[in-house]
Design a protein around this ligand. Structure first.
Ligand code: BES
Ligand code: ZN
Length: 599
């Protein structure tokens, strides 16, 4: 290793009040990227992006000229050049270090003292973990948590924020959209330009290309999707404008100009991804009756919690997701009423308790230690639901008026900043005095389990549903006589979750005959039913199970189903056979998850 590389490793000043992020190789303490200018061509035939990333940097220390260390994964670096504020580019020394299975490889670039910009010519590989390539021609990225580095060389940590501009060239008949302000009327030239003026973390940089159509829903909201679904998607999401208004009334102005949604193919590995100005969403939420639009409320809520105030490291992920689940439910309550919020909150706590029972203690902690681990492993219901319970607990102790004012000011105070759990705690103690005695803050943040004083949301509607389930299970009421009139999706979900673990074949048939669960078009209900199907080996639903696993690549659905399947030898064999057919259609992130289960 040459001396400037060593110098970089030794002179890392401690960050104030911050744990250093362990997931990048990069050295933002010394040199920090402020702007990215991306110029790339989307080559469907080779399944790669090819082009250049020009990074404008600020130096943190004036002694010496530390190298710039960037994060990469499977990138082919062609050329690296540097330039001053003005003036021509000239070649510079660079070295691509050894690869790590989780982190990728550091790209170390020699930076002369006057260098203010660096241009990297590169191409991605067909295996890039952020990208999925589909036929007919369509591709999209998923950068969170640390996949941005597989399509752009940059400082891949949520602690570094940058603005970006981009020029993207595609086949002429396709449209490119990004996590920036998109022009709904952009002519289809195959040459598209984007600007994201706000400073955002790398995990929010996103691109999608396909045969996309646009339908407006309001003057600042709309939907992009393939022609076959765009109309029904616009209908399904018609309450988006109301949600946006509800969120602004609660937490202050929406700062991202437009809020559009992009409906992706079913292989999208997540339910939704809060890319600024353009939420990416799975089509599995198109239930036809708006019953799954809490996902829109969730991704929209990230416009405050996550995109505006961002977790500085992946150990602080609960600051993004816990706050977002809390805000999501406040939006739902305003738009759909308190009973709906209560049902969502009860389901949330139930999910948390069920998942926690299976998690090792270290994964039950909000401020999680991810040393040596992929940050995607931290995305359990703990940051989401335990985080949301902490905020609900604060709301209950201090009252809505005070807590709402606190949150509004918190979003304002830290707008466009990345903060750690420690910074949040300091702010909380100062602005909501007594918080750490009103709730056991240290226990919430650093201990496994759920504190005894945690809120226990209740829903009257669910109490009635559970009673119906009990009566059926006890043999007091046949399925055809269960009082289901007017049940919403959430009530059906609670019903399924309230059934006993073991149900005989005849009883499974009775349920299915009465309610046609196997044929439901609602993905959440189907998921819950298929878990029961696998657990009880209800063979008539196996073809549907296979069809679902082959056509849908949403990780949240795949993981519990494959995990349930591998519990028995014949289930494992079935899982392996299905996976053989399904894997080519999964996004690399989903495939990695299932690989882990079937290994
Ligand atoms: N930001 C997350 C998705 C994510 C988390 C991607 C971690 C990569 C790593 C997004 O906001 C989210 O939470 N999506 C949920 C849906 C939501 C309604 C709980 C999902 O995808 O299931
Ligand atoms: Zn989220």
């Amino acid at each position: 290793m040459c001396c400037w590389l060593l110098a970089a490793a030794c002179h890392r000043p401690a960050m104030q009040n911050a744990r250093r992020d362990i997931h990048p190789f990069s050295n933002p303490e010394q040199i920090r990227v402020r702007h990215l200018d991306l110029d790339c061509e989307v080559l469907f035939d080779r399944k790669i992006l090819k082009g250049s990333a020009t990074l404008s940097v600020d130096r943190r220390v004036d002694s010496g000229a530390p190298p710039l260390i960037l994060d990469t994964r499977n990138l082919r670096i062609e050329k690296v050049e540097v330039a001053g504020e003005t003036g021509a580019y000239s070649a510079t020394k660079f070295e691509l270090g050894a690869g790590d299975p989780i982190l990728g490889a550091p790209l170390t670039i020699s930076m002369p003292p006057a260098a203010a910009k660096v241009r990297i010519e590169y191409s991605t590989s067909p295996e890039a973990s952020a990208l999925q390539w589909l036929d007919p021609a369509q591709t999209f990225t998923q950068s969170q948590a640390i996949h941005a580095r597989s399509w752009i060389p940059l400082q891949d940590t949520p602690g570094v924020r940058m603005s970006y501009s981009a020029r993207v060239r595609t086949p002429k008949d396709l449209l490119a959209v990004m996590s920036a302000v998109n022009d709904p009327d952009a002519p289809r030239t195959g040459d598209y330009n984007f600007q994201q003026h706000a400073q955002i973390p790398s995990y929010l940089i996103a691109l999608a290309v396909g045969d996309l159509q646009f339908r407006p829903m309001g003057n600042r909201t709309g939907v992009y999707a393939e022609p076959a679904v765009v109309e029904s998607a616009a209908k399904e999401f018609e309450d988006t404008e109301k949600m946006l208004k509800a969120a602004q009334d609660l937490y202050g102005p929406y700062r991202w100009r437009r809020y559009d949604l992009l409906v992706l193919p079913p292989s999208f590995p997540y339910g939704g991804m809060e890319n600024p100005g353009l939420t990416f969403a799975t089509p599995t939420i198109l239930a036809g009756d708006k019953s799954l639009v809490s996902l829109v409320a969730h991704e929209l809520a990230h416009s405050w919690s996550g995109n505006l105030v961002t977790n500085a490291t992946w150990s602080d992920f609960w600051l993004n997701e816990g706050f977002t689940v809390y805000v999501e439910r406040r939006i739902l309550e305003k738009v759909y009423g308190r009973p709906r919020e209560e049902m969502e909150a009860v389901l949330g706590r139930q999910d948390l308790e069920r998942e926690m029972a299976k998690l090792p203690e270290r994964d039950q902690i909000l401020h999680i230690d991810l040393k040596g681990r992929d940050p995607d492993d931290g995305a359990t219901s703990v940051p989401y639901e335990k985080g949301a319970l902490l905020l609900r607990s604060l709301e209950e102790k201090f009252g809505r008026e005070r807590f709402d004012a606190f949150l509004r000011e918190y979003f304002n105070h830290f707008a466009f900043q990345s903060i750690t759990t420690g910074i949040f705690v300091d702010y909380l103690k100062k602005h909501l005095p007594g918080a750490q005695t009103q709730v056991p803050l240290d226990e919430w943040l650093t201990k496994p389990g759920i504190p005894a004083s945690a809120p226990r949301p209740v829903s009257d509607a669910f109490t009635k549903v559970a009673e119906q389930a009990r009566r059926w299970a006890a043999g007091e009421t046949p399925a055809t006589k269960i009082e289901t009139a007017g049940w919403t999706t959430h009530e059906w979900l609670h019903f399924l979750k309230s059934l006993p673990a073991t149900i005989g074949g005849d009883r499974m048939r009775e349920l299915d005959k009465a309610f046609s669960f196997t044929r439901t078009g609602n993905s959440e209900i189907l998921e819950e039913w298929l878990i029961i199907v696998v657990r009880n080996r209800y063979e008539p639903a196996y073809p549907r199970l296979e069809e679902f696993l082959v056509s849908v690549g949403r990780r949240k659905y795949l993981k519990p189903l494959y995990e349930e399947l591998v519990k028995t030898p014949d289930g494992r064999a079935r899982a392996a056979a299905i996976y053989k057919k399904a894997r080519p259609g999964y996004h690399p992130i989903a495939a990695a998850t299932v690989d882990g289960i079937l290994k």
